[in-house]
Design a protein around this ligand. Structure first.
Ligand code: HXC
Ligand code: NAP
Length: 294
C-alpha cells in the first residue's frame, strides 16, 4: 500500500511495542525504513521483539525497559534516546492496562492500576517528548491508541474508558495548542483486533472468544486484521497526509455504529461468572508480572 522507504529518516517510539498491536505497528514502521524504539516493563519481551524484527527485516529496533507510570523513568529513557540516537520524530502512545470488572468490585488500587498507565503515563510521555520537541525546534507527530468507548462509555471497563476519553481530549487540545510548533496529534480507535494481552483480560471466559475474537457481533462478520491497523497508523505517522490533525479515527468494521462496540452485554453476568473472570485475569497478570524487569 505504501512505497518502499516511505518512513526513512523517521525515529519513532512505540510504547508497549514489545507485544500485540504495538509490535505490529513497530514492524510496519520498520519495514518502511523507520528507526523504531519500543518500551515496556518486561525488558526481556522488548529485547526478544527487537531481535525478532531485526532478524526478519534488518534495520534498527531499540528495546527499552521503562514503566511509563514513572515520570523519572520516562525522562531517563528519552535522555538516552536523544543522546545515543538523536531526537525522536514520532510517538505512538500504545501502552495500556485493562481488565473487565464490575465497577462496584474495583478497589482504588484497581482503578489506579489502569488510570496510572493510560491516563497519567500517556500524559507523562507526551509531555516529556513534546517539551523536548518544542525546546529543540523539531517537528513531531503523536498517535495515541484509544477505543471507541471514548464516544459512548465503557461499562465494565470504566477506568479504561475514563482514561482513554482523557487522552482523546488531550489529542484534540494539543493539536490546537502545539500546532504552532509543528506538532501533530491524532488517535486511532480500534475495534477488536485479538491479541493475547487483550483477549486474556477482556475475554477470559468460555464465551469470550465468541464475543471478542470471532467477529460474530461485527457488521463485517470478522475481527480486524493487523495490516489494516498498521496501514492506518502509517497514514497518520508517515508523510503525505499531514493536514490530518486533532482527529480520532475508528477502525472497527462499523461495530461502534451497529452495537456500541462496548461490554454492555456483560450485565447478564452473575457473581460466579465475575469471580471466575477475576481469577483468570489475576493468573494472567501474575504470569506477566513475573517477567517484569522494571
Ligand atoms: C478486579 C482487579 C482485577 C480484576 C487486578 N485487579 N485485576 N480487580 N478485577 N480482574 C486489582 C488488583 O486486585 C489490585 O488491587 C489492583 O488491581 C492492582 O493489581 P496489580 O496486579 O498489582 O496491578 P499492576 O501490576 O499495576 O498491573 C496492571 C494491570 C495489568 C492493568 C492490572 O492487567 C497489566 O499490567 N496489564 C497490561 C496489559 C493489558 O492490560 N493489556 C490489555 C490491553 S486491551 P488490590 O486492591 O487488590 O491491591 C485494552 C482495550 C481493548 O486496553 C479494547 C477492546 C475493544
Ligand atoms: P497488549 O499486548 O497487552 O499491549 C499492552 C502493552 O502495554 C504491553 O506490551 C505492555 O508491556 C505495555 N504496558 C502496559 N503497562 C505499561 C507500563 N506501565 N509501562 C510501559 N509499558 C506498559 O494489548 P494490545 O491488545 O496490543 O493493546 C495495545 C493497545 O491497543 C492498548 O492501548 C489497547 O487499549 C488498545 N486497543 C486494543 C484493542 C484490541 O482489540 N487488541 C482494541 C482497542 C484498543 P509490559 O507488560 O511489558 O509493560
Amino acid at each position: 500500500m505504501f512505497r518502499d522507504g516511505l518512513m526513512k529518516g523517521e525515529r519513532i517510539l512505540v510504547t508497549g511495542g514489545g507485544t500485540g498491536l504495538g509490535k505490529e505497528m513497530a514492524e510496519g514502521f520498520l519495514t518502511l525504513g523507520a528507526e523504531v524504539h519500543i518500551c515496556g516493563r518486561r525488558g526481556g519481551v522488548c529485547e526478544e521483539t527487537a531481535r525478532e524484527l531485526m532478524d526478519k527485516h534488518g534495520g534498527k529496533v531499540v528495546p527499552h525497559a521503562c514503566d511509563i507510570r514513572v515520570a523519572e523513568a520516562i525522562t531517563d529513557m528519552n535522555d538516552a534516546i536523544w543522546a545515543k540516537h538523536g531526537p525522536l520524530t514520532g510517538l505512538v502512545n500504545n501502552a495500556a492496562g485493562n481488565f473487565i470488572s464490575r465497577t462496584e468490585d474495583l478497589s482504588i488500587r484497581g482503578f489506579d492500576a489502569i488510570a496510572n498507565i493510560v491516563f497519567r503515563g500517556t500524559f507523562y510521555m507526551t509531555h516529556d517528548i513534546g517539551t523536548r520537541w518544542i525546546k529543540g525546534g523539531h517537528r513531531g507527530n503523536v498517535v495515541s491508541i484509544l477505543t471507541t468507548w471514548v464516544w459512548n462509555g465503557g461499562p465494565f471497563v470504566v477506568p479504561s474508558a475514563m482514561s482513554k476519553a482523557g487522552v482523546n481530549v488531550m489529542t484534540q487540545s494539543l493539536a490546537v495548542e502545539w500546532g504552532r510548533y509543528g506538532l501533530r496529534f491524532n488517535a486511532i480507535a480500534p475495534g477488536p483486533f485479538p491479541t493475547e494481552g487483550m483477549s486474556k483480560r477482556l475475554a477470559p471466559d468460555a464465551d469470550g472468544a465468541k464475543r471478542m475474537d470471532s467477529g460474530t457481533a461485527n457488521p463485517m462478520g470478522r475481527v480486524g486484521e493487523m495490516h489494516e491497523l498498521v496501514n492506518l497508523a502509517v497514514l497518520l505517522m508517515g508523510p503525505g497526509a499531514e493536514y490530518i490533525n486533532g482527529q480520532t479515527i475508528a477502525i472497527d468494521g462499523a461495530m461502534y455504529n451497529a452495537s456500541g462496540g462496548n461490554f454492555s452485554m456483560l450485565t447478564e453476568w452473575g457473581d460466579a461468572q465475575w469471580q471466575a473472570a477475576k481469577d483468570a485475569i489475576t493468573a494472567t497478570n501474575n504470569a506477566d508480572k513475573a517477567k517484569r524487569t522494571v
